[in-house]
Design a protein around this ligand. Structure first.
Ligand code: SF4
Ligand code: SF4
Length: 68
């Protein structure tokens, strides 16, 4: 499974990553930071990482699906 990591020290809680995820993987958590509430649906497309203006989100693609 792909893993989405949020670096809270850099995240400014803008919600851009949540808005751009085409699979509805991300949601704003109770603390205001994005969280991967639906991680199984992540395709590893990298849009969230690409759109984050603060480099605060990183997608680690599952090695088993990396080339698919
Ligand atoms: S990599 Fe793509 S599918 Fe996965 S959380 Fe980011 S935008 Fe959503
Ligand atoms: S786009 Fe980046 S800064 Fe904005 S909420 Fe997502 S991780 Fe945080």
């Amino acid at each position: 499974m792909n893993v989405v990591e949020i670096y809270k020290g850099w995240c400014k809680k803008c919600g851009i990553c949540v808005a751009f995820c085409p699979r509805d993987v991300l949601a704003i958590g109770d603390d205001g930071y994005p969280t991967a509430k639906n991680a199984e649906a992540c395709t590893g497309c990298g849009w969230c990482e690409l759109r984050c203006p603060d480099f605060a989100i990183v997608v680690q693609k599952d090695e088993r699906t990396k080339d698919s």
